[in-house]
Design a protein around this ligand. Structure first.
Ligand code: DOR
Ligand code: ZN
Ligand code: ZN
Length: 433
């Protein structure tokens, strides 16, 4: 059988470091098969799945359960996060030995009701993870600030989508980024700021980097391309944590991507059913929407418009995610995620995103009807097509494999030595596979 890629560009498959595939526990929203099929259709060859599933990935047993689910169903490669909080502090050696891509720490409330650790518990957690070199991904929003705002909004009777935005002003994230960066500075922990949504968060991020903190960041297409003007069109469908903000954030966020302050694009793919997204009471609407299969077309549209180059896009979608999470080949080692993972794309193809066409079980998003330029035509994982001519290749479910950070990343060094921090020695995990 011959294969002809005439007219297509072959890009490294995207690595989406932030998806919620809901499996196990909420498979009516998504499961590992539908989520990774969506990834394959989006030119995404590796996904990192968040731990707010049921049971929460806070113990070795829960991690093993998710590994079994993913190994049986995944069409693309995957990394699994474990939650970092008071519920997991006693299980860190099991989680590290069980094979994870990193930790996820929720400073603010989220789907699945994961309690946010106190600052004291965060410090202890950072201190214990730092020696492993594993990165801690942060949902950087401060609960106590949000709770007071939400109580005031509820008392005032407001129940419109903009009230949700008002309940999480940018200061909620700015305070969290700054505080997490201080704890990282004192412990040497590596951190990653998820879903940067505002210009204001860039200042504490830049300050922390200038102080030598190993902090990286991501933003998502909805923070770059949607604004408060979209609330009237979308209603509760646009509800996401953190919220889509005023459009005057777009310029600074794009500038931060270009200058490297923001390292990468991720999607926060957060599927919920149409029924869960369209409830009359805005406070009862589940937050988030699918994104893993629309990221590449949305971002390649900026290439077609001449705003940045395809090489810029590849740096944000594949190169930097691989480097930041330790999948980048170095010292002669080859990581699974870097092994012939490709998206074959038609950069000139104009088409329209349609919710009804989504592979995700959550066929509702703010992108329905959006014109884009750039289509993933085939997707290859480790040298094998999993999506070809916009069709899933039969037998792909179960082909995806777990990826782990290469163990070539030395532990980060604390910027401040504090003798009162206990010298807890978590075992560095062995290189997996
Ligand atoms: O909008 C969101 N959805 N934000 C989160 O932090 C969690 C996510 C989800 O899991 O639904
Ligand atoms: Zn989050
Ligand atoms: Zn998320």
């Amino acid at each position: 059988e011959t294969f002809d890629a005439a007219g297509l560009h072959i890009l490294p498959g995207a690595i989406d470091v932030h998806v919620h595939f809901r499996d196990p526990g909420y498979t009516h929203k998504e499961d590992f098969e539908s989520g990774t099929a969506a990834a394959a259709f989006g030119g995404v060859t590796t996904v990192f799945d968040m731990p707010n599933t049921l049971p929460t990935v806070a113990t070795g047993a829960a991690l093993a359960q998710k590994h079994a689910v993913a190994a049986a169903k995944a069409c693309v490669d995957y990394g699994l996060y474990a939650v970092l909080g008071e519920e997991s502090l006693d299980h860190l050696p099991d989680l590290i030995a069980g094979g994870i891509i990193g930790f996820k720490l929720y400073m603010g409330n989220t789907f699945g009701r994961i309690p946010s650790p106190s600052t004291g518990a965060m410090l202890e957690a950072f201190e214990r993870v730092a020696p492993t070199g594993l990165r801690i991904a942060l949902h950087a929003e401060t609960n106590s600030i949000m709770e007071r705002r939400q109580a005031r909004l509820a008392a005032s009777g407001r129940s419109d989508p903009l009230a949700h935005l008002a309940s999480r002003p940018a200061v909620v994230a700015v305070e969290a980024v700054a505080r997490a960066a201080i704890l990282a500075e004192w412990t040497g922990a590596r951190i990653h700021v998820l879903h940067i949504s505002s210009a204001a968060e860039l200042a504490p991020l830049r300050d922390a980097r200038a102080r030598g903190v190993d902090v990286t960041g991501e933003t998502c297409p909805h923070y770059l391309l949607l604004g408060t003007a979209d609330y009237a069109r979308c209603g509760g469908v646009i509800r996401v944590n953190p919220p889509v903000r005023e459009a005057d954030n777009h310029g600074p966020l794009w500038a931060a991507l270009r200058d490297g302050t923001i390292d990468m694009i991720a999607t926060d793919h957060a599927p919920h059913t149409p029924e869960e997204k369209t409830r009359a009471d805005i406070w009862a609407v589940d937050c988030g929407f699918p994104g893993v299969e629309s990221q590449m077309p949305l971002m390649l549209s900026g290439v077609a418009q001449g705003h940045y180059s395809v090489c810029d896009y590849v740096r944000w979608s594949a190169e930097n995610p691989a480097k930041v999470f330790g999948l980048h080949p170095r010292k002669g080692a080859v990581a699974v995620g870097a092994d012939a993972d490709f998206a074959f794309v038609d950069l000139a193809r104009r088409w329209t995103l349609r919710d009804a066409d989504l592979q995700s079980r959550s066929k509702i998003s703010p992108w329905d009807g959006r014109a884009v330029t750039g289509l993933p035509v085939h997707t290859m994982v480790r040298g094998r097509f999993v999506m070809r001519d916009r069709a899933l290749v039969p037998g792909s479910a179960g082909f995806g494999r777990s990826v782990h950070p290469l163990q070539s990343m030395p532990p980060a060094q604390p910027r401040h030595q504090d003798q009162s921090l206990a010298a807890v020695t978590a075992q560095r995990p062995e290189a997996a596979e």
